[in-house]
Design a protein around this ligand. Structure first.
Ligand code: GLN
Length: 309
């Protein structure tokens, strides 16, 4: 497979799904409802550091839950995969990403670091003496993945801060069960800020490419995660990256991925590349309809499903 094969697959998927009108922007975070629904970008970054893109691949949008996949590297490197599994978990919930039922049904355990509960518990494990120090650690790690510092989308941050009482409730619930590791209100604020960071589709592909490339950003050459933690991180993405529709996704692609309610999805193809897609309208699970369909087509066209012989 060469770069013109990848370019052709990206262009074909973009052309096929650009006219798809299914889904709707997230509206529980009011600011996300205002993003133009027609935006649609796709980008791939190979382990050789090649970038291939089509459509609105340089338009910034809120990273949202995709940030969970990269903050996870920071905490895995800090405490190790066995401790992460014990303190947060490594099992799918089978419930929506902000489910309280899933927590209550499992004795207060968040179950995995990719649902809101587990992601906030993971942020509560980030080292740092105070909010500023923790935030600096998160920003530094995410910047290493992206290859440049990421900026907060102030409007999304304000909008999400004004409407995140459900997440605050989840954090306090975990705290009451002994599965939160720092002050809940401070951590929910840091989590909300992290979700409000702007990325482009190209940024997401660069970020995912470290996981395909043994933990080294193929554009900058910087190590972003310890190699020994990648398999466990990708196992979490494989189990829970697209919330309660991860099984359907895996059935069709065989690959670890992570979505966010801003409309982005990034998929990791170990030892080959990462591919990202972005378009705001979401399905009922919270996954971008155009992005998911386009990625499924691209994976099929390029023969990237590792479960197929
Ligand atoms: N910040 C969002 C939330 O906490 C992230 C959710 C998502 O992208 N699924 O609700």
């Amino acid at each position: 497979m060469n770069s013109s094969d990848i370019q052709a697959a990206l262009a074909a998927a973009h052309a096929k799904y650009a006219s798809c009108t299914a889904g709707a922007n997230a509206s529980y975070i009011p600011e996300l409802a205002k993003v133009p629904s027609t935006l649609f970008g796709i980008a791939a970054v190979t382990t050789a550091g090649e970038t291939i893109s089509v459509g609105d691949a340089e338009t910034p949008f809120a990273i949202e839950s995709i940030s969970k996949a990269f903050n996870l590297a920071l905490v895995m490197d800090q405490i190790g995969a066995p401790a992460l599994r014990e303190k947060v978990g490594a099992d799918p919930t089978g419930e929506p990403f902000n489910s309280v039922l899933a927590i209550v049904a499992h004795g207060g355990r968040p179950l995995n670091p990719l649902v809101n509960a587990g992601a906030m518990a993971t942020v509560s494990l980030v080292a740092g003496e105070n909010s500023n120090a923790i935030w600096a650690n998160i920003m530094q790690r995410l910047a290493a993945f992206a290859g440049h510092p990421l900026k907060i989308n102030d409007d999304v941050y304000a909008s999400e801060s004004a409407t995140n009482s459900h997440n605050k409730g989840i954090a306090w619930l975990l705290d009451s069960a002994g599965y939160f590791y720092n002050q809940p209100d401070m951590i929910v604020d840091l989590y909300t800020r992290m979700c409000s960071l702007n990325v482009t589709t190209k940024d997401l592909a660069v970020m995912g490419a470290s996981y395909a490339n043994g933990g080294v950003n193929p554009i900058t050459g910087e190590r972003t995660v310890q190699r020994e933690n990648i398999a466990e991180i990708l196992a979490e993405l494989t189990m829970s990256g697209l919330y309660d529709s991860t099984g359907d996704w895996l059935y069709r692609t065989g690959l670890p991925a992570k979505s966010g309610v801003g409309g982005g999805i990034v998929v990791v193809v170990p030892n080959k590349m990462a591919i990202a897609a972005f378009s705001p309208p979401l399905d009922k699970y919270g996954n971008s309809v155009r992005a998911e369909n386009a990625l499924i087509d691209i994976i099929e066209t390029l023969g990237l499903n590792p479960l197929k012989s």
